[in-house]
Design a binder for this molecule. Structure first.
Ligand code: LLP
Length: 431
C-alpha cells in the first residue's frame, strides 16, 4: 500500500528516518515515496493487462516535476487541465502524444500551445468550446483531435465538491445530446473525432457508480466506433484511497461528516468490476487516476509550536497551516495524524486535542477533538495521505512561503522543491 512504517518507534519513509529529513530541510515539509508511486502505477497497469490501455496520470493531484518524471519514465500518459500543466509535463519528459487536455474553460493560448505540441486529444466539455477549438485549429491550418466529455448522470456518492458526473454539475455534455454534438463535430474540417471521455467524481469508494457509468456510455462508444472510427474510451479517474488508520491499512470512514462508513476500493475490485464491459468494446481504454497513485505516497511533516489550553479545550498549534494543506478546511476531510517519534509512555496517556495551524481563520485546522498521544512543544507530526491535492492546492495566504517538497527513493532523499523565502513572496510585485 505505502512505504511509511514505524521502525523501533521512529517513522520511516522507505529506508529514510523522517525526523532526520525534517532536521535537514525544516518544516512544514511534504515527503513523497517514489517506491509507493511506482508500485501503485505498476499494480494498476498490470491489473489492466488484458486491455489495450493507457494510464494518464491526473497531473492536478501532484504536479511536481520530479513526480511527473517518475510517471514519464514508467511509460504513463498525462491528463492535463491547463497550459501550465502541459508545460510542466513536457519539461518532465512527457510525450505530448500521450497527453489529454481536459477542463471546462480552456483559453486561446492554451489551445494553441496544445495544438503546436500535438496532444493526443482535447477533451471537450461543451459545444461552444468545440467551435472555439475548431476556429483556432482552422486559423492555424491544423486539425484538433477531440473527444467529447460525456456526463453520464450517475451519483458517485462522494463529497459534493468533487462529484462531477451528474447533471447538477458544470461538467461534460449530457448523454442525450452526445450524438447531435458528435454530428456537429463531424461537419467541422479542423476537428478530428478520436474518442469519448467521462469522469464522474473523485474519492469514490464503491464499484457501482463506475459500473453504472461504463454501462451507460458503452452503447455510445460502439455507435461512435462504427460511425467515426474512434480509437479510445477514457473512463476518467476517481478511485478512492484510505485516509483513516492508513498506517495499519485499516479503512473506515473518509469524510468526517459523511454518513455511512466506507471501505477502500482495491485496484482488483475496481478492475474486476469494469473489465467485462470494457473488454467487450474492443477499444483502447484510457484511465485518469490521480489520488490513487500519489495520495498515500505522501505525508506533510509539521512541528508543534505551542500547546495552548483555553477553557476545557486543548490545542496543539503546529507550523503548517491551511495554506499548506487545505483539504480539512475546504472539505472537512479526515487525515490521520501521527507522531514521527512514538513515545511509549505518552502513548498510554491519550487525550482529545485540536491540531490547528497559525493562519488567522477558525477554519485553519487539521483535526478537531482528535484522540492523540500526549503532545508536547517541539514534537514532530506526520499528516498522512497528503500526497494528492496537498502541495498543489497550497497558497501564500497570510504571506506564508510555500513549503518544501522532498522525494525518497530507498535510503536516499532529494529536495525536489526548495522552501520559498520571503523574497520569493514579493518577487514580481511593483510598488
Ligand atoms: N479526470 C478528471 C477529468 C478530473 O476532473 C479529475 C479530478 C481526475 C481525472 C482525477 O481524479 P482522482 O483520480 O484524483 O480522483 N481537490 C479534491 C479533488 C479534486 C478532483 C478534481 N478532479 C480533493 O482534495 O479531494
Amino acid at each position: 500500500m505505502h512505504s511509511f512504517r514505524y521502525r523501533e518507534g521512529k517513522l520511516y519513509c522507505e529506508d529514510v528516518d523522517l525526523a532526520r529529513v525534517a532536521e535537514e530541510f525544516g518544516t512544514p515539509l511534504y515527503i513523497y515515496s517514489a517506491g509507493t508511486i511506482f508500485d501503485h502505477y505498476t499494480r494498476l497497469d498490470a491489473a489492466l493487462a488484458s486491455l489495450d490501455r493507457l494510464i494518464c496520470y491526473a497531473v492536478k493531484a501532484n504536479s511536481n516535476r520530479a513526480i511527473l518524471k517518475l510517471f514519464a519514465e514508467a511509460g504513463a500518459g498525462f491528463d492535463i487541465v491547463s497550459g501550465g500543466e502541459l508545460f510542466r509535463a513536457i519539461k518532465a519528459g512527457a510525450d505530448p502524444q500521450k497527453c489529454t487536455f481536459a477542463g471546462v474553460g480552456k483559453a486561446r493560448d492554451e489551445i494553441e500551445y496544445a495544438l503546436e505540441r500535438g496532444v493526443y486529444s482535447f477533451n471537450v466539455e461543451s459545444e461552444a468550446e468545440l467551435e472555439y477549438i475548431g476556429r483556432i485549429a482552422a486559423a492555424k491550418k491544423s486539425c484538433a483531435p477531440i473527444a467529447l466529455r460525456i456526463n453520464p448522470d450517475v451519483d458517485p456518492r462522494t463529497h459534493e465538491y468533487i462529484a462531477t458526473g451528474s447533471h447538477e454539475n458544470k461538467f461534460g455534455i449530457a448523454l442525450s445530446d452526445a450524438v447531435t454534438v458528435y454530428e456537429h463535430a463531424a461537419q467541422m474540417r479542423s476537428i478530428d473525432i478520436v474518442g469519448v471521455q467521462m469522469h464522474i467524481g473523485s474519492q469514490i469508494t464503491e464499484t457501482k457508480p463506475f459500473i453504472d457509468a461504463v454501462n451507460k456510455v458503452a452503447p455510445l462508444v460502439r455507435d461512435l466506433k462504427s460511425k467515426y472510427g474512434i480509437t479510445f474510451f477514457s473512463i476518467g479517474g476517481g478511485l478512492g484511497i484510505v485516509y483513516e488508520s492508513s498506517l495499519e491499512s485499516g479503512a473506515k470512514e473518509w469524510w468526517s461528516d459523511a454518513g455511512s462508513a466506507k471501505h477502500q476500493l482495491s485496484i482488483k475490485e475496481y478492475v474486476d468490476a469494469i473489465l467485462p464491459a470494457l473488454c467487450d468494446l474492443n477499444i483502447r481504454v484510457l484511465l485518469e487516476p490521480g489520488r490513487l497513485l500519489v495520495g498515500n505516497a505522501g505525508v506533510l511533516l509539521t512541528r508543534v509550536r505551542y500547546i495552548k489550553r483555553s477553557g476545557h479545550k486543548k490545542f496543539a498549534i503546529v507550523d503548517a497551516g491551511m495554506n499548506d494543506l487545505i483539504r480539512p478546511a475546504l472539505y472537512r476531510s479526515y487525515h490521520e495524524i501521527v507522531p514521527v517519534e512514538e513515545k511509549i509512555e505518552r502513548k498510554r496517556k491519550t487525550e482529545k486535542i485540536d491540531i490547528v495551524g497559525p493562519v488567522c481563520e477558525s477554519g485553519d485546522f487539521f483535526a478537531l477533538d482528535r484522540e492523540m498521544p500526549e503532545l508536547r512543544e517541539g514534537d514532530l507530526l506526520a499528516i498522512m495521505s497528503a500526497g494528492a491535492y496537498g502541495f498543489v492546492m497550497a497558497s501564500n495566504y497570510n504571506s506564508r512561503p510555500l513549503p518544501a517538497e522532498a522525494l525518497v527513493r530507498r535510503d536516499k532523499v532529494a529536495l525536489i522543491r526548495k522552501r520559498q523565502s520571503w523574497e520569493d513572496l514579493v518577487r514580481g510585485e511593483t510598488e
